[in-house]
Design a protein. Sequence first.
Length: 505
Amino acid sequence: MKYYKLMRCICFFSAYVSFLSDIKHFEQNLELKHCKETETMVSLSIGKPSLFIIPLVVVLLTIFFCFLESASASAEEAAALFKWKASFSNMDNPFLTSWTLQPNASPCSWYGVSCNNGSKINSLELGEVFTNGTLDNFPFSSLRNLEYVDMSDNQFSGSIPPQIGNLSKLVYLDLQGNALSYEIPREIGRLKNLRTLYLSDNALNGSIPEEIGQLRLLSDLTLADNYLDGPIPASLGNLKSLAYLELNGNLLSGPIPPEFGNLHNLVQVYMDTNYLSGPIPPSFGNLNKLEVLYLSSNDLSGPIPPEIGNLTSLHDTLSLFENNLSGSIPPSLANLSNLTRLCLYNNQLSGSIPKELGNLKALEDLDLSENLLSGSIPSTVGKNLSNLQYLYLPGNNLSGPIPQEVANLTKLTYMTMAKNHFSGHLPQGLCQSGVLQYLFVKENMLTGSIPRDLKNCTSLLLLVGTNSPENSLRCLGYTQNWKSWNLATTISMANSRQTGVDVQT
Ligand SMILES: *[C@@H]1O[C@H](CO)[C@@H](O)[C@H](O)[C@H]1NC(C)=O
Ligand SMILES: *[C@@H]1O[C@H](CO)[C@@H](O)[C@H](O)[C@H]1NC(C)=O
Ligand SMILES: *[C@@H]1O[C@H](CO)[C@@H](O)[C@H](O)[C@H]1NC(C)=O
Ligand SMILES: *[C@@H]1O[C@H](CO)[C@@H](O)[C@H](O)[C@H]1NC(C)=O
Ligand SMILES: *[C@@H]1O[C@H](CO)[C@@H](O)[C@H](O)[C@H]1NC(C)=O
Ligand SMILES: *[C@@H]1O[C@H](CO)[C@@H](O)[C@H](O)[C@H]1NC(C)=O
Ligand SMILES: *[C@@H]1O[C@H](CO)[C@@H](O)[C@H](O)[C@H]1NC(C)=O
Ligand SMILES: *[C@@H]1O[C@H](CO)[C@@H](O)[C@H](O)[C@H]1NC(C)=O
Ligand SMILES: *[C@@H]1O[C@H](CO)[C@@H](O)[C@H](O)[C@H]1NC(C)=O
Ligand SMILES: *[C@@H]1O[C@H](CO)[C@@H](O)[C@H](O)[C@H]1NC(C)=O
Ligand SMILES: *[C@@H]1O[C@H](CO)[C@@H](O)[C@H](O)[C@H]1NC(C)=O
Ligand SMILES: *[C@@H]1O[C@H](CO)[C@@H](O)[C@H](O)[C@H]1NC(C)=O
């Protein structure tokens, strides 16, 4: 704050010096329009040592005016902020004890408040300060210089007032993690400088205003976990700078606008847990920077477009589970060679598991459960996917033996193959590495004994009977259904106590 004040004084100083050398520019400079030229102007004054007494007087005058000016400028802002604070239901908030009105005191030193070089408030960092209030009395008209506002993780309730559109210098607005309700005001589309807009985790309702599509500089947009309904406006396809998008956990319906294929800068997209319907637009294949794609838990239908195989930057998760996707798994997915999680469970996918998936060498989590897949598990899954930790295939129509190659997957921790038509014996050596913890094979046509070597897995839970926890194991890292898992219904085989148990079919 002190730094800013000093800078402002230099501006005044240069203004006066400039006045001495060119009287015509006096007015302009006094209005501080040429503060950028501070350095050159200061050196100009040094170049005129014969007049040194004048600059000295000027300095003194300047200091006087600086403090006078900044004090009065901030007094209005201080009063306005103080009035807002007075509307909080917890005014005694320990974080805001510095927010007091004293003569000539600047709000720039208040907790969470920062000012620009003209001592105007330009930043409010009030994240997680346990504030309980509304934005109704927020001094929108007094704080026109705000560029950065963080009020996340508080207990603000009520609406986002339309006057927010008056904060035309805003670059960063974070209101997530509050209890804000009502609709997102259309006026938000006036914040043309906005780069970050975080509104997740509130109780906002109504539809997403299409005016958000006017925020051409926006790179981060989160609207997740609200009650937003209606369609995703096609205008979001105008947000060419968008890199991070969260729309998940709302009541959004209708199709995914194909215009999203224009957003070449998208890196992470979360649209899961809504009521989106229709196909996955093939234009998604253009998003060549995309690293994470969550479209799970919607009503999407039609095939997985082969163009998804174009998304070679995907290196984390492709999550399409709990939709109504049909057709076969496109072999082009094999191009996603850095993918670590492929979650396609609970769809209507048919055909066989493409052997090309053996190309996904980075894959740690493969979940194809609850589909209509048939045929046998390609041996490439066991041969090539050496990083696989989770292999979930229950509830399909898969047949043939469980390939011996899976015993070579030395990181495999969870393997569930229940409710298929697998036949033959369980592979030998599944516990060579000793890391296998869950092996669920109930409701198949397996025969033979449980291999003795399973006792090498020190904490194995083996399910061979009819009482399994019903597919409660899912792709980890995002939806974890572990909580609902009832251990009492499982057959637990502790290390070394039982060997050679007959497999029930
Ligand atoms: C002071 O702020 C103005 C606008 O807020 C800016 O244009 C100017 O460059 C700043 N001056 C300095 C010296 O930082
Ligand atoms: C916030 O204040 C309102 C009333 O002013 C009160 O009903 C509510 O419980 C408070 N919320 C919290 C989390 O303190
Ligand atoms: C602020 O915004 C409101 C609502 O958008 C508008 O009616 C009003 O004219 C604006 N005030 C100023 C001072 O711009
Ligand atoms: C939106 O939220 C407000 C405040 O909670 C509520 O009064 C209103 O009924 C809600 N509207 C809809 C359509 O749910
Ligand atoms: C796939 O990517 C190539 C180049 O990366 C591009 O030319 C082509 O249009 C993309 N195809 C689709 C369907 O997205
Ligand atoms: C996948 O990669 C192969 C070459 O590795 C290329 O011929 C094919 O067009 C790619 N498919 C897609 C959908 O990108
Ligand atoms: C996979 O990741 C490696 C290392 O991060 C990178 O060099 C390579 O280009 C990536 N492959 C693709 C297809 O993006
Ligand atoms: C899923 O799609 C099929 C047609 O492919 C349709 O008959 C069925 O009603 C859809 N199910 C849901 C839940 O939308
Ligand atoms: C499996 O890995 C081998 C050796 O790295 C490779 O030659 C082969 O093409 C891979 N198979 C598949 C289906 O990707
Ligand atoms: C399951 O696969 C068998 C062939 O392996 C086929 O005859 C049967 O129709 C399939 N059942 C379903 C429901 O797809
Ligand atoms: C398992 O790996 C070993 C060496 O890594 C190899 O010799 C063996 O053939 C593999 N077994 C299968 C069934 O692929
Ligand atoms: C069991 O583990 C030990 C070392 O932990 C290893 O030497 C042995 O070969 C394993 N036995 C089997 C049958 O995998």
